[in-house]
Write a protein that binds this ligand. Structure first.
Ligand code: F6R
Length: 364
């Protein structure tokens, strides 16, 4: 079933161009160049607030979505991990959309949070990969991802498919709320449809990434930095690395470095910087300088322009295609996943079945 791949995780990483395209097919009208949700009889124009709840990697997809919903649709977004949300007595006002993101659709804390929100009268949106799951059954607005079964414990293709759905939902919400013109919508659809080809271009760097994994494998600690919608990718990168290679890793917003974590930097600490060129790039470069001045070993993931501007002095660079900021989180997920994967392979850990972890967390 793994075909030519060594691990399910590797196979699933490489399936991403196909499954993201598959997912987009049900959220985008190719001919009309519009975004379209599968359940179009639902009026989102009255939604006043979105509350996002999820765990782990699905939570990071939700964090990216917060940037998009606020930027494009100008809807305020609250987001929390399910285990915190349930117990903090959240304020849920009428007219709110509570959005749950889950690969399995069975995660106990997320499901309990869903039921809580349902009782509180929220509209229940669910982005879920398993169509027969509990969460899918309890949704008012069901937004399936079409990633296919995900077997590797570390989530990969479900994440990028969640991002594809959430980007389409953000655009749809923006149109409904009158914050996105027909032309802008057309443009967004165009960029979304570029994602599968860009994911393929990112996967072309698999060999380069494999050959730099030996730089990461001996590390005790690894830091990941990102900004804006790419900040959650830093968190996701750190999570992937720790769960499959057992190396301690942390993700930080680039600008937070100087508020503490910079104390950890020395020449033993690889720092993975996720920084597509664009308006936030210069700021991140100055954070890189702070790291470099302390001997930090930087791996820069950027496009040609970014690498030309700031690649010098890095221990390694990973070149991504030049992409629109909207699809950057999808595309940059690939090198982050591959780096964790190859590092785990160098360390010889059980990639598909990491110790202490279960694919579906059905206990609280
Ligand atoms: C990370 C990972 C977990 C899950 C989390 C939520 O690679 O797999 O962090 O993302 O347990 O699971 P779902 O999405 O099934 O609710």
């Amino acid at each position: 079933e793994k075909g030519n791949y060594r691990h399910y995780m590797q196979k699933e990483i490489f399936e991403q161009p196909t499954v993201v395209a598959q997912t987009l097919q049900s959220y985008v009208h190719r001919a009309q160049e519009t975004v379209a949700l599968p359940q179009i009889d639902f009026d989102l124009s009255t939604i006043k607030r979105v509350t996002i709840v999820a765990c782990g990697t699905s939570f990071y997809a939700g964090m990216v979505a917060k940037y998009w919903f606020e930027q494009f649709a100008r809807v305020p977004v609250d987001i929390d991990v399910a285990s915190e949300f349930r117990y903090r007595e959240p304020v849920l006002e009428d007219g709110g959309l509570a959005l749950f993101i889950s690969q399995s659709g069975e995660t106990a804390d997320t499901l309990a949070a869903l039921r809580h929100c349902k009782q509180a009268g929220q509209t229940i949106g669910v982005v879920v990969n398993v169509p027969t799951s509990s969460m899918a059954r309890e949704a008012d607005l069901l937004l399936p991802t079409h990633a296919g079964p995900e077997i590797g414990v570390a989530s990969t293709k479900a994440f990028t498919c969640q991002l594809a759905v959430l980007a389409a939902l953000a655009a749809h919400l923006a149109v409904k709320k009158g914050h996105m013109s027909r032309d802008e919508e057309r443009e967004v659809v165009g960029h979304l449809l570029e994602a599968p080809a860009c994911l393929n271009a990112a996967l072309d760097h698999d060999d380069d990434i494999a050959s730099m994994a030996h730089l990461i494998a001996p590390a005790r600690d690894v830091l990941y930095l990102g900004r804006g919608p790419d900040f959650p990718l830093a968190l996701e990168g750190a999570l992937k690395l720790k769960e499959i290679s057992y190396i301690h890793a942390e993700g930080y917003a680039s600008g937070e470095m100087k508020h503490g974590p910079i104390a950890l930097i020395d020449d033993q600490v690889p720092v993975i910087v996720i920084a597509p060129s664009g308006p936030l790039f210069e700021k991140t470069v100055s954070n890189m300088e702070e790291v470099r001045a302390r001997g930090g070993q930087i791996v820069l993931i950027s496009d040609r322009e970014g690498l030309d501007a700031a690649g010098e002095g890095c221990i390694a660079t990973i070149e991504m295609p030049r992409v629109h900021p909207l699809i950057a989180p999808l595309v940059y997920a690939v090198p982050v996943q591959l780096l964790a994967y190859h590092t785990a392979c160098v360390k010889g850990t059980d990639v598909d079945q990491p110790r202490n972890l279960a694919k579906s967390v059905t206990v609280e």
